[in-house]
Write a protein that binds this ligand. Structure first.
Ligand SMILES: N[C@@H](CCC(=O)N[C@@H](CS)C(=O)NCC(=O)O)C(=O)O
Length: 311
């Protein structure tokens, strides 16, 4: 059993990305189910306010955003690598970032959020559940641009052709083995495939569905169930020692300053604490929670805003 804890829920696409990577790397993991909509008191106890799904916990270290979770998993469990030999890392990361943002929002989610999909997704749920979900996501995405289903259908077809062309001569997007780019491109399309009334769009190209079957066959590895209360109790272990990491300052903010970190794109919930890590790729803050004790909450630098708390 490893000490990797994933807080997630079954229908979350970004969680599917990480579940498959845990399976690919054969890392046994602990699985905590979290709510799909707010309120999420046990999530907030650990993250300090970050509400997006999934997040990863290793003792008292909390990793927000799948980009950083994947870096951390690759660092701790380098084999098999998410960066196949012979493929530039920059290419892997750039395709992965495109998939996690543009393919996900403009393509998959824009296309999936149409009435027939919601009717399918919530077929067995009371009407209040659909309303509550729609209201939660509308609040979370307030201020972010909205894309209509016609634009998304057009964009998704173009994106599918791009993915299809990468699979013309090899079984995975950039190589014969999966890279981070495959896991990132897979999860938005996995979400579409699960919604039967709209899934046919994936068959408009020929190589994507067979590749998706190969990705699905990787599986989720071995997970053990853990309750959120047990996870909070595990956060009482000592957080990472941070002193040795190089300090990379872009903001004129010194170590231990009171700061907030907030996503730049949506779900603008600020997490407050003292800045304890500022490397080229990562920011982290130390905060103390009534229930979880002292935790370190880690974020990728790309996509997050760091601000000093006014004295
Ligand atoms: N950039 C983030 C995006 C995560 C994200 O948007 N997750 C969706 C679910 S897959 C979410 O948080 N939805 C709202 C929620 O679960 O509360 C990441 O890579 O982790």
């Amino acid at each position: 059993m490893s000490n990797i804890i994933l807080h997630h829920y079954p229908t979350s696409p970004f969680s599917e990305k990480v579940r498959l990577i845990l399976g690919y790397k054969a890392i046994p993991w602990q699985s905590v189910m979290i709510p799909r909509i707010m309120p999420k008191p046990d999530v907030v106890a650990l993250t300090g306010g970050y509400r997006r799904t999934p997040f990863m916990q290793i003792g008292a270290d909390i990793y927000c955003d799948t980009a950083l979770m994947c870096d951390e998993l690759e660092r701790r469990f380098p084999s098999p690598s998410l960066y196949p030999a012979g493929v530039p890392c920059g290419l892997v990361d750039t395709v992965a970032q495109w998939a996690d943002t543009t393919l996900f929002w403009q393509g998959a989610i824009g296309y999936a959020f149409q009435p027939k999909s919601l009717a399918f997704m919530f077929a067995d749920a009371p009407p209040e559940a659909t309303k509550a979900f729609a209201a939660d996501r509308a609040a979370m995405r307030a201020g972010a641009p909205r894309i209509g289903p016609a634009e998304s259908a057009g964009a998704l077809k173009v994106f599918l052709q791009r993915v299809d062309s990468m699979l013309e001569t090899q079984p995975h997007l950039l190589s014969s083995t999966p890279s981070l780019a495959d896991f990132s491109a897979y999860h938005p399309l996995w979400f579409v495939r699960r919604i039967e009334p709209i899934a046919a769009i994936l068959a408009t190209v020929k190589n994507v569905l067979p590749w998706m079957d190969r990705m699905a066959a990787i599986g989720h590895g071995t997970a053990t169930k853990l309750s959120s209360a047990e996870a909070i109790a595990l956060a009482e272990s000592t957080p990472t020692r941070v002193a040795d990491l190089p300090w990379h300052d872009e903001h004129g903010i010194a170590a231990d300053t009171a700061v907030t970190i907030t996503p730049l794109d949506y779900a603008f919930d600020a997490v407050a604490g003292e800045l304890v890590i500022a490397t080229a790729n990562e920011l982290a803050i130390k905060r103390t929670d009534e229930r979880a004790g002292e935790v370190i909450v880690h974020f990728p630098r790309v996509g997050y805003k760091l601000e000093r708390v006014a004295a």
